[in-house]
Design a protein around this ligand. Sequence first.
Ligand code: PLP
Length: 373
Amino acid sequence: MRNFRVYADHAATTPLCDDAWHAMLPFLREDFGNPSSLHSWARKPREAIAAARQTIAECIGAESREIFFTSGGTESDNWAIKGSSGGLMVSSYEHHAILNPSASEAKRGRDVVYVNPDRNGAITPEEIEKKWKNGIGLASVMAANNEIGVLNDLPSIAKLIHAKGALFHTDAVQAIGHVPINVKQDRIDFLSASAHKFNGPKGVGFLYIRKGLSLKTLLSGGQQESGARSGTENVAAIMGMAAALRFNFEHMAENTQRLNGYSAKIATALTEMLPSVRFPGELSTVKLPGFLSVSIPGHPAEGLMHLLDLKGIAVSTGAACDSKSTRISHVLQAIRIPRAQAKCTIRISLGGENTVEDIDYIINAIASVIKPR
Ligand code: PLP
């Protein structure tokens, strides 16, 4: 029998795609020059960065001068929160890359208002309207939640926030490359992205800043990124990110259909196996492709995760970054999942390289764990 290993934790990170790998290689060795140098070694890296910026801009409907390279999602989120001014509105189920800087801004005296998702896991315009306070300068609502995969209606949220006279930031780290996002049509002012969530390398991302807007600088020094974000560019990583984003955009329609079929197959099989199984956020029809949050009563998530790991399957309990803690996930709490159910909730997040054999293997492995013969 083939020794199967199935990676089903793409919300934590994704494997590097071939296009990204090939785009990166020249800039790790032969074209190593510093793009800011004045001699000819700088030419190729400088031109490559300009092309990467253009590719990324085209994928999200932006202009290349609106794309600012960063070290990843955490930096982009911190920049948007700490670099903005006025009061803040953030949703209570954001990633800690938004929640923690918002809490430190509150300690420094900034007004911070929290909005809660509904039971389906979405932030509604009604909730924003209800909690709105004068003086809010920036509202930040994530495009897709990293634990339950629910997508927010960005254009409606942005429209309302603009009508209130504030700016709109979205943490699109989980969404970019997986669902279509167009910053102009969706009326987004600031958007955070991270390459390792869409088959690019780790430690690189970008922040979209709509032209005409600015944020206080987090990292000052040299004149890179028009002086808005200093530091010698990670040229190879930037090249990998642009190639990965283009690759994902080209395969988005096919992946969406296939991965949604796979997650539906797992959901149906688990429901037949154990009718008491629950899917947090299941009432929401708008989800990331191939994303399944599953509560299996009587099977604590951590134990289940380890048993599946022994069978060569990677899934996650809540968010990967939080997996070391045994606290109940703040996301499941925010959508009012009972404590006992939250403790038994795992996250299965599929990706482009998963096959139908992987799906059958996952179903059989869960069956053997929850119904030992
Ligand atoms: N925002 C969301 C929604 C995420 O899921 C993550 C990573 O898990 C981050 C931000 C942080 O991104 P990075 O790992 O690039 O710092």
